[in-house]
Design a protein around this ligand. Structure first.
Ligand SMILES: [Zn+2]
Length: 347
């Protein structure tokens, strides 16, 4: 069990953790305190829509003489429930605005999809080798997700490069898709500080969630490759402090990203060896070999990991994929050389 982080102040930034009820543990919300004489109180990410998270936020703000009523702007790094769950309630309480990346609306709508979308998702997973029971397991979280957030409209949509006007603390929006399509990182240039959301996390490697296209059998984003394009984007920033959504403040994102790449290379080798040993496999079968325990208990994360790595192997010519119209099967062409992967296509 990880030690609780607690409320902490870094100059104008206050970290307020709140419990999520998920395995990930607490989520960090960050408050940017107003300048002398200003009423601008900015909150980055909110915590889940549960009373316990509300109380944690209220108590944290209270330590600095503020309450939720004083919040003027909520910024969202992305639309996972632990990040935006309380946003509508905060807006009702304070009259604040809520800003986030423009594709958030679509991501949120997919949390609780309509029947045609569900049929399409079932077909999508069938083609990866999953049966309908496994499909139900993948989306089990939908049974309770409605209880911890409510849909909310953004007051302003952000795109890459947008500047958020905060007095003496302007933030730049950097779009960093990969973990999910709408993920953004906020950069404060003068003080060289970065709010990294779930894009960069100190203790866990961000899962790059499997993209399920809107159209039946539509084109799928290769999330893991996209994630590394995004890390490439943030590498040049000379960050002094990085504030992640989970875990403690970090100082060296370059070292962190180098570690992620090593872990990815290792897993690519592992997936290659599985195909070498067992021949042509469906993604579902790869997942069973790659994660002998988690394939059953965490099927969404496993399918995301498997597809991310299979996509990279195919994109770089190490694996082939055959679509027999019913299911996809992947076969090894050659085992990649360690170290070759990140010099190849992406970088
Ligand atoms: Zn997330």
């Amino acid at each position: 069990m990880k030690e609780e982080l607690g409320v902490k102040q870094f100059d104008r930034i206050v970290r307020i953790p709140s419990p999520t009820g998920f395995d990930v543990g607490d989520i960090n919300s960050y408050v940017i305190l107003p300048q002398e004489g200003s009423k601008q109180l900015v909150l980055i990410d909110t915590g889940v829509g549960r009373e316990v998270a509300w109380q944690a936020l209220q108590a944290g703000l209270g330590q600095f003489g503020f309450s939720i009523k004083d919040i003027t702007l909520v910024l969202l790094t992305h639309a996972h429930t632990d990040h935006f769950g309380q946003a509508p309630r905060i807006r009702r309480e304070s009259g604040c605005e809520i800003w986030g990346h423009e594709v958030i609306h679509k991501s949120v709508a997919d949390y609780l999809p309509e029947p045609p979308r569900i049929e399409m998702e079932k077909d999508f997973f069938r083609r990866l080798g999953y049966d309908n029971d496994m499909y139900d397991k993948i989306f089990e979280y939908r049974d309770f997700v409605g209880d911890i957030f409510e849909l909310c409209e953004l007051d302003k949509t952000l795109v890459d490069g947008d500047v958020i006007p905060i007095q003496d603390f302007e933030l730049q929006t950097i779009h960093t898709p990969g973990h999910c399509a709408e993920e953004v990182v906020f950069w404060q240039a003068e003080s060289r500080q970065m709010f990294s959301g779930d894009h960069l996390l100190p203790d866990i490697t961000p899962v790059c969630l499997l993209d399920i296209p809107d159209e039946p059998r539509g084109v799928r984003v290769h999330s893991l490759s996209q994630y590394y394009e995004s890390t490439d984007k943030v590498l040049p920033y000379d960050a002094k402090y990085i504030y992640p959504s989970h875990g403690d403040v970090m100082q060296d994102h370059r070292e962190l990203i180098a570690g992620y790449k090593l872990a990815t290379e290792r897993r690519l080798l592992k997936v290659s060896r599985i195909m070498e040993k067992h021949g042509s496999l469906t993604p579902f079968e790869v997942g069973q070999y790659l994660f002998p325990k988690a394939w059953e208990s965490e099927p969404y994360a496993v399918s995301s990991e498997v597809m991310g790595h299979l996509d990279m192997l195919v994109d770089q010519g190490y694996s082939s994929v055959r679509d027999d119209g019913d299911v996809f099967r992947y076969s090894l062409i050659s085992v990649p050389d360690p170290g070759a992967i990140f010099q190849a296509v992406i970088f």
